[in-house]
Design a protein around this ligand. Structure first.
Ligand code: ZN
Length: 196
């Protein structure tokens, strides 16, 4: 065998290709900096000035449309994408709005618009936002606050790595940036109550 076929000019490899070219795909852990804008261009949420969002790809850790736009991207890539409601927080469902009597909030001192509650339903726990209080009736909305909205994401990919076996088994990221649940941090004043 010819030795010259291996290294023709004697220069060392300048980079490690496996790491440089790792792209976002299922069972990878991606770290991103992001800004989310609504249809009017108002900033809804941003990681700027804080920790990146770290998530396991292919495990429904982030909204579908965002993940789809990031597949195949590598460190340093910038992505700007508008995600339709169906691939974000879903269409707005008018049937998610209901009126419940004040008695259902037994033990809660003051029920006010904007408060979030968790209701036990046959489909499991459901987050409800109080939208109106009139006399003895409380209007609650089970839609996600961002349901029915197209969201524009401005993303920079900061890191991509392989997920560990444990992360894949659990369906979420461990370690730095791990065990995040950004969907639930929006609903920060929830009181566990039986509404229905
Ligand atoms: Zn875990």
């Amino acid at each position: 065998r010819s030795r010259s076929a291996k290294n023709t000019n004697g220069s060392p490899p300048s980079h490690i290709p496996e790491i440089r070219h790792m792209t976002i795909a299922a069972n990878k852990v991606a770290s991103i900096q992001y800004t989310v804008l609504d249809e009017e261009g108002q900033i809804i949420d941003s990681s700027e000035g804080g920790e990146p969002l770290v998530f396991l790809v292919g495990a429904q850790n982030v909204i579908q449309g965002l993940e789809e736009a990031l597949i195949g991207k590598a460190v340093g890539d910038q992505v700007k994408t508008t995600v339709e409601p169906a691939k974000a927080y879903g269409e707005y469902n008018p049937e998610g709005v209901q009126e419940v009597p004040m008695e259902a909030f037994e033990g809660v001192e003051t029920v006010e618009p904007g408060m979030a509650f968790t209701a036990e339903t046959e489909q499991g726990p459901m987050n409800l936002i109080v939208t109106a209080v009139e006399d003895n009736m409380v209007t609650v909305d089970g839609n996600h606050p961002l349901a029915g909205k197209a969201l524009t994401f401005d993303v920079t990919v900061e890191a991509v790595r392989d997920a560990t076996d444990e992360e894949m088994a659990h369906g979420h990221v461990h370690g730095e940036g791990g065990h995040q649940d950004r969907k639930s941090t929006r609903l920060n004043s929830s009181h566990a109550r039986n509404l229905v």
